[in-house]
Write a protein that binds this ligand. Sequence first.
Ligand code: G3P
Ligand code: MG
Length: 257
Amino acid sequence: MSNAPVPLAETKSTPVLTTTMAHRGLSARAPENTLSAVRAAHAKGARWIELDVQLLGDGTPVIWHDSGVRRCSNGWGKLRDMDIARAKRLDVGSWFDRSFAGERMATLDEMLALVDVLNLSLNLEIKVNPGRDARALVDAVLPRLMEALPAQRLILSSFSEVALETLRAREPDPEKLHLAVLHKKPPRNWAETAMRLSAYSLHVDWRRLDARTALAMASSSYKLLCYTVNDPQVFARLREWGVDSAISDDPGRLVPF
Ligand code: G3P
Ligand code: MG
């Protein structure tokens, strides 16, 4: 009997990928992971955006990349030690440009409302920073996500196998929940992992991807995405290798929308 993964049938729940996605919103032009970055991505014509989600110490899911706030705000401290009132006092725009002064950290609920209004599709990275609880994060975000967006407009990605396993356990149907396995450097057993998780796609750091692995991935039943691609020549090469979509800080540099 063949051990090959069964390709997902193209159904009305299948995501319609575009060749680029805006990484952390349009993060080259607006502060990453903010409502402004998502509005900017939409204004430039993006249909898909990638964002990161994690929990504050009080359990509120927020759109944020780092474990702390120092790099992307006017404050300091770890998310795990912060409640929503303290997080909302931060200015998360001025560090990028003073024209974004007063920008506030977005909760997941606020971001989902915007994604809905703009009719965008979302690749949401379940960001499990060191020492954080992957299962608690999944359980806080998954019900909100599945209520807010149709399966066709949602991909959940993670570097954390615990997060991906928990997601798949909560929703075993791969047509109802599209999962993406994130890899820095693809391990030899990438296909086994993807099959075990009934994954939809593989998201790989292009700098650690060689032609041979790319071709094997691209000819598998999984979609292949690369991050973070900002160079048009790299984009052209990846597309030749069969990469379906590039996650970019500035997708307009790669291909006119
Ligand atoms: O989802 C792709 C990419 O966002 C993964 O890395 O660190 O930018 O979240 P990072
Ligand atoms: Mg990310």
